[in-house]
Design a protein around this ligand. Structure first.
Ligand code: B1M
Length: 208
């Protein structure tokens, strides 16, 4: 019931009310993954469907995203446990031309929680920036997110560029339109279906 209220708060763009709703659920001992998946992420899926169907518009997506982020911020300390030794350094960003960052930020939170050091390059990241950041921070892994079918070719070029300029670096990719098959085809070392999967994948790739 309370998770339904969180879901509705995203749909109603209630970025103030959602803070209290999520905090109350956390205090009541509700599983934070359930709040995230069934409340916040499920609501953004519905927002996407409504946008796809033409019943809402970009400003509506933006304010729903603001509410989602407010809810995620309450969960942040519960997703991230910062008491572990660094598991390795990961450079992460959303590829050039793509401004979506909610999924990327969730992946970052989960990776931080699992003890990785993250260099967050933000959104609309040019290939060269991935390369420079990986070199400067001696990163073992570069992680890329793409949310648009139109930026999937950009991701392909970014992976090819990194593999050419820094052959030893591992690259993992993810984002709603990205698939395991696509990741394989473009020469990425791994594909994460969601933020939790990204953690196991990063661990495996860094230890390999
Ligand atoms: Co945009 N948008 N959007 N949007 N937006 C989508 C992606 C879309 C599917 C909506 C739709 O039409 N149904 C559609 C893409 C269609 C397509 O490409 N086929 C779309 C479009 C068309 C657009 C614009 C082009 C609209 C326009 O201008 N006409 C425009 C593009 C702007 C640009 O990027 N250049 C645009 C803009 C925006 C906003 C700015 C308004 C806003 C983004 C705000 C922000 O991110 N700060 C926005 C939003 C909010 C969405 C939807 C509704 C939600 C995205 C989201 O945050 N999902 C989205 C519809 C949808 O996805 N259902 C949509 C929740 C998030 C937790 O999921 O990001 O998938 P996701 O991340 C998951 C996994 O994918 C995975 O883990 C995360 C957690 O489990 N994951 C990884 C992600 N990255 C990973 C990396 C990994 C591993 C796992 O390893 C490296």
């Amino acid at each position: 019931m309370a998770i339904e209220a969180i879901y509705q708060a995203v749909l109603n763009h209630d970025h103030l009310g959602i803070v209290d709703l999520v905090a109350r659920e956390v205090e009541a001992g509700r599983d934070v993954t359930a709040i995230l998946n069934h409340g916040l992420i499920a609501a953004m899926d519905e927002v996407g469907k409504r946008f796809g169907a033409g019943t809402i518009y970009i400003p509506d997506m933006l304010v729903a995203a603001r509410a989602m982020r407010a809810g995620v911020e309450v969960l942040r300390p519960h997703l991230a446990r910062n008491n572990v030794r660094s598991q390795g350094t990961v450079v992460m960003g959303t590829v050039k031309g793509d401004l979506h960052d909610i999924g990327k930020n969730l992946v970052i939170m989960m990776l931080e929680g699992a003890g990785f050091t993250i260099i967050d390059l933000g959104v609309d990241v040019p290939n060269e920036k991935f390369l420079t950041a990986a070199a400067e921070n001696k990163a073992e892994l570069v992680a890329m997110s793409a949310l648009l079918t139109t930026t999937m070719p950009t991701m392909e070029k970014a992976v090819a560029f990194l593999k050419r300029e820094k052959p030893g670096v591992k690259v993992m990719v993810g984002g709603a339109p990205v698939t395991e098959a696509f990741a394989k085809r473009i020469g990425a070392d791994g594909y994460g279906g969601d933020a939790a999967a990204a953690v196991g994948l990063a661990r495996g790739l860094i230890q390999a």
